[in-house]
Structures are given as C-alpha cells and as structure tokens.
Design a protein around this ligand. Structure first.
Ligand SMILES: Cc1cc2nc3c(=O)[nH]c(=O)nc-3n(C[C@H](O)[C@H](O)[C@H](O)COP(=O)(O)OP(=O)(O)OC[C@H]3O[C@@H](n4cnc5c(N)ncnc54)[C@H](O)[C@@H]3O)c2cc1C
Length: 310
C-alpha cells in the first residue's frame, strides 16, 4: 500500500464499497483491504431489496434508509447496472391499519386491504457490486486482498480506518452483540412476475418473492445463531411451497439454484460510530443494502470532521 492513504477501509462488501465511494467523492485517498473477492461476500448473496428487515425502529436507521432509498432511485433513473425499482405488496399480518415506521423512508406508500403498497429499489448484486468496485478502481481507490486478524495492521498503515467487516467485526473488535442470522434464498425462472410480494410475519416462515430482470429470488429464512453455509433441500422445498401459496404463478417453476449467507446481526442495531482512529460500520443484519448509502454518508461525515481535514 502506498503511503498516501488517508482512509483504509477494511471490508469490501456493500458497506465498505459505498463508504469508500463517499470518502473518495470528498477527496480522500482511499485503500480497501478485503479478505474475499466481492462475489464471495454476504452482500453478494443478498436479495438486495430495499426494506429495513429485522431492524428496530430508530431515527438513525430511518435516516439511513431514506437516504439510501433516494440514492437508489437516482441510480435507477441514471441507468446504473443492476439497479431497478419494483412495485411491492407487503402483507401486514399484525396491526393491518397502522402505517409502519419505515414507510416514512419509502417514497409514496399507501395502505390498502391489509397491505402496504410501495415502490422498492432492488439491486442485482452480481452486477452492481463489480460495477461499484470497478468504479472505485477507476477513481483511484486501491483494492487489496488481505485478511487481518486484528485492526492493528490497518491502524499502522493509515491515519483513519473504517471497520466494515460485517459479521467478522464481532471477533475483530470483541463485540459480543454481533450474531449470525442465516439466510437462504432460492433462485427460479421468472414466470412473468413484475411485482415484489412480502409476507414477513407468515407463521409458516419468512416469505418473499422478488422478480428481477431474468429470474425471481424467493425467500427465505432468518436463523439466529446458525452458521451452516450448506443449502438444505428441505428448506428449498418449504420456501417454494410458501412462495407458491403467496404467488400461485410460481407453482412448479423451474429452480435455478439456491444461496445461503450469514447476515451480520447486532443486538442494539448497526454500529456506525467513531472510536479513536476507527470508524466502526458493521452489524447491518438483514438491511445492509437498505441502509448502505445512508451509512456511507454518515461515515464520510465522521471522517471529514476528523483526520481527512485535520
Ligand atoms: C439471504 C440474504 C438475503 C438478504 N436480503 C437483503 C435484502 O433484501 N435487503 C438488504 O438490505 N439486505 C439484505 N441482506 C443483508 C445484507 O446482505 C447484509 O446486511 C450486507 O451484505 C452486509 O454488508 P457488509 O458489507 O457489512 O458485510 P459483507 O458483505 O459480509 O462484507 C464484509 C467484508 O469484510 C471483509 N472481511 C471480513 N473479515 C475480514 C478480515 N478479517 N480481514 C479483512 N477483511 C475482512 C470481507 O471479505 C468482506 O469484504 C440479506 C442477507 C442474506 C444472507
């Protein structure tokens, strides 16, 4: 790594890449260290649909979600690869007459027949993450494959470090609030669907249907404390059954594959704060895409008030 780095971002998932982008836009010389290729991160497994899933109501979370929503809408209209907008039906099993807190961040949403209807940004991560990564490289950000066992080498290499290591942050900074929440999604052919449907509180299990440009992502599971990355065939069958009950056109659809990832959960919500020369940015649980650009703005703001301009 050259000695011109102002900020070293450890982690090259959606949180690290968006933070690096905002830091670079503010003029910082940025280097990223990532243990994994971007296609092997949890971020690349995400259904990546805007919705603050499994995050508690919190003014910070709402602000990040709203900012990310606006940014993805802007990117969709600018034709950024992999970014699109989806009309969405969300089944409200509990309190069907109450407008949920997150709606304030979701553009124009309406409540009808026990459902919230809104437009959700959806990101095809296998296209978007490499695009984001290449844009950073073109803009002068150095990206290096390097796994650290503590933040000390990063602190020795740069005046300011962003800790965007997702689930690994639990061990890297000894945070006992971090936990894994295993998620399993099934990818199928698209039988002509163009509306996302969510049934988060389905007693049979978390259920969602997200049509993309060439396929459909069906979910899902949210298994706290489960670390297995092996797809479970029984789970695939159960997800297909729940999704076909929600959207009958999925009955008998051809399965293309399935993916498993470990969401970086954190009791108390995401940690986005400065501590000495480290800005921590981890614990985004099931909402890393949903909060990404909003958190990135906050990280860049924290950095500007410190080392970059200091
Ligand atoms: C099945 C599933 C569906 C999901 N659906 C959605 C959704 O619809 N909407 C949504 O908003 N979110 C969704 N999520 C959640 C989302 O994927 C995560 O919140 C997000 O990916 C977290 O991003 P991150 O950058 O913090 O972590 P990661 O993507 O895990 O990136 C962590 C980075 O840190 C690096 N790293 C880790 N340890 C080290 C180390 N020791 N040294 C150096 N580098 C290290 C890794 O290599 C990687 O580059 C879903 C997740 C799953 C599993």
């Amino acid at each position: 790594m050259g000695d011109m780095t102002d900020v070293l971002v450890v982690g090259g998932g959606i949180i690290g890449l968006t933070a690096a982008s905002r830091l670079r836009q503010r003029g910082a010389n940025v280097t990223i260290w990532t243990a994994d290729d971007v296609r092997d991160t949890v971020s690349s497994v995400a259904a990546a649909v805007w919705y603050p899933s499994h995050v508690d109501e919190d003014p910070r979370v709402l602000r990040w979600a709203a900012e990310a929503y606006r940014e993805f809408v802007r990117q969709a209209s600018a034709g950024v690869p992999g970014v699109m907008l989806r009309r969405t039906r969300m089944v409200m099993r509990t309190a069907p007459d109450v407008v949920p807190w997150w709606v304030a961040g979701a553009g124009d949403a309406s409540l009808a027949d026990g459902e919230v209807h809104f437009t959700a940004p959806l990101v095809e991560m296998e296209t978007y993450l490499p695009w984001l990564r290449q844009g950073l490289i073109d803009d002068g950000v150095r990206i290096e494959r390097r796994r650290v066992s503590s933040l000390s080498p990063a602190l020795a290499a740069a005046p300011l470090v962003v800790n965007a290591t997702g689930l690994a942050a639990g061990e890297l900074c000894g945070d006992p609030a971090v936990f894994a929440a295993r998620g399993h999604v099934v990818i199928t052919d698209n039988p002509g669907l163009d509306v996302s449907v969510r049934d988060e509180d389905n007693p049979a299990g978390l259920t969602y249907v997200h049509p993309r440009s060439h396929d459909v992502v069906l979910g899902g599971t949210y298994e706290v404390g489960q670390w297995s990355l092996e797809p479970d065939p029984a789970e695939v069958t159960a997800i297909l059954r729940r999704c076909a009950a929600l959207e009958p056109r999925l009955a008998g659809v051809r399965v293309r594959g399935s993916k498993v990832g470990l969401r970086p959960g954190r009791r108390g919500g995401p940690r986005v704060e400065a501590a000495g020369r480290v800005i921590h940015a981890y614990g985004h649980g099931g909402a890393g895409m949903t909060l990404s650009w909003g958190c990135a703005d906050e990280i860049a703001g924290l950095a500007s008030s410190g080392t970059i301009n200091g």
